[in-house]
Design a protein around this ligand. Structure first.
Ligand SMILES: [Zn+2]
Length: 468
């Protein structure tokens, strides 16, 4: 069957400036294959590296959206007209405006980017998972570079303790949603960028629906369940994932989920047991570190969009800020990988809280509120108020009458505690004290957790106690 494929102005330079191309095929898919075989340049514009039609491109057959018909299998007959309609960001195709030509001048003069690369950036969409330490440099640099559509998933509010590293947010935004703060900052940086706010926790229920609309995902999460969720969603949808993670003075960067490349599960098939690897909230992080790691993720993201250089596919970069050393490890795709291997066992999103062993921990731990603790103290009840934070945290803020035994030292110091005395345990926000309560109860102590920790105490009971 001979059909006419009509091209929009933006795509004509990739097909010898023709307005339409006549090709042969029995289905829409075959017609497009023939078009791409004849015009390699169009293929690069319209297909992602894994050979799928990019999500900003819609195809119509005789004015009907292909998605409403039978997709690529839609049959076509002689004389049909196939129309390719890329998304257009406010006006004429992906042509750069005069303002954009000025703004991106330093890109435009580099042959590796140039006007064509800059248009690719404008046509591209990136999903940043998290608007925190890694999400800050990611979103800022991707917006500055001119990525056309930037999605951000976050549901948190800006906290004072975020400002040491989350440079996307200003002090005046403390207590307000991170996404509102991000939107305003990014609009001021580059009003050409469409910022899409996904104000939600990424879950197994919503992840595929959110991720599918983006070309590249940049994972800036801070917990294992979300990390595995992002990985699996990217593998299932064939989206590359510019991955970064940070802890104290160390960071990791890689690109997972690329065609023929390994995924996060090839590297770590199983998460560490809960409690073994502390979070940044517990273990701390050098404020500048996410700046370095998130910026590298932004570079990898831009390389993926432009199709230049050698992406970190199959390589894991390790950074040690104290030693100031970089190391690059080879990663191999694991044929037995449960999600990207030859016979995957994970073919849809699972329950990641349960997978990371976090589910059975939650229930059954008795806890009291900070208000109940205040009453107990006021009634001079006989109990031990145990603080399981670190000595330097105790120096910053403490609840009067508490005794400090850091969580790590607790198992060696049970003998110091009076078994007859009830123990009320607190930490900064309730995580470490929950672990301590579990340990103490296993040893036969009558222990309860203070929900929300000393931060809740300072917010709701005694504001003179600093939060940190
Ligand atoms: Zn894998």
């Amino acid at each position: 069957m001979s059909v006419q494929v009509k091209l929009p102005a933006a795509l004509r330079p990739f097909a010898g400036k023709q307005e339409s191309v006549t090709v042969e095929g029995r289905t829409a898919g075959e017609a497009l294959d023939a078009l791409f075989a004849a015009h390699e340049g169009l293929k690069k514009q319209l297909l992602s590296p894994d050979g799928k039609l990019r999500s900003f491109v819609n195809v119509y057959v005789n004015d009907e959206d292909l998605r409403a018909l039978k997709g690529m299998a839609t049959p076509i007959k002689d004389g049909d007209v196939v129309l390719i309609v890329p998304a257009i960001a406010g006006g004429s195709a992906a042509e750069l405006t005069k303002e954009e030509l000025q703004r991106y001048h330093r890109h435009l003069i580099m042959p590796e980017v140039g006007p064509e690369g800059q248009r690719k950036l404008k046509n591209a969409s990136v999903l940043c998972v998290g608007a925190g330490g890694l999400g800050s440099p990611l979103a800022l640099y991707l917006a500055a570079a001119g990525v056309g559509r930037l999605g951000i998933v976050d549901f948190d509010v800006v906290d004072h303790s975020n400002l040491q590293r989350q440079v996307l947010h200003g002090t005046e935004w403390v207590g307000k949603p991170k996404l509102a703060s991000a939107k305003e900052r990014l609009r001021s940086l580059n009003p050409n960028v469409e910022v899409v706010a996904h104000e939600t926790r990424l879950t197994s229920q919503n992840a595929l629906g959110i991720v599918k609309d983006y070309d590249v995902v940049a994972d800036g999460t801070d917990n294992f369940p979300t990390r595995y969720l992002v990985n699996d969603a990217c593998v299932l949808l064939g989206k590359p994932n510019a991955y970064g993670s940070i802890f104290r003075f160390e960071g990791q960067v890689s690109v997972f989920g690329a065609k023929d490349g390994p995924c996060y599960r090839c590297l770590y098939p199983d998460p560490p047991p809960p409690g073994l690897v502390p979070s940044c909230a517990e273990g701390g992080v050098l404020g500048v570190l996410p700046g370095a790691i998130g910026t590298l993720q932004a570079i990898e993201t831009i390389k993926l969009i432009l199709g230049i250089g050698r992406p970190l596919v199959g390589r894991l970069m390790l950074f040690d800020a104290l030693a100031m050393e970089w190391r690059c490890l080879k990663l191999r795709k694991d044929p037995a990988c449960p999600v990207c291997g030859t016979s995957p066992t994970v073919t849809s999103l699972i329950d990641y809280e349960a997978f990371c062993g976090l589910k059975d921990q939650a229930p059954a731990l008795p806890e009291i509120s900070v208000e109940q603790l205040k009453e107990k103290l006021a009634r001079r009840e006989n109990f031990l108020l145990l603080d399981v934070r670190e000595p330097h945290e105790y120096e910053i803020a403490r609840i009067e009458g508490s005794r400090l035994i850091p969580l790590g030292a607790l198992p060696e110091r049970f003998a110091e505690l009076d078994r007859a005395l009830p123990v009320v345990v607190h930490c900064k926000s309730g995580g470490r004290s929950g672990k301590a309560v579990k340990l103490l109860r296993e040893k036969g102590f009558d222990a309860v957790n203070v929900a929300g920790g000393i931060n809740a105490w300072s917010e709701r009971v005694d504001p003179s106690v600093p939060t940190y």
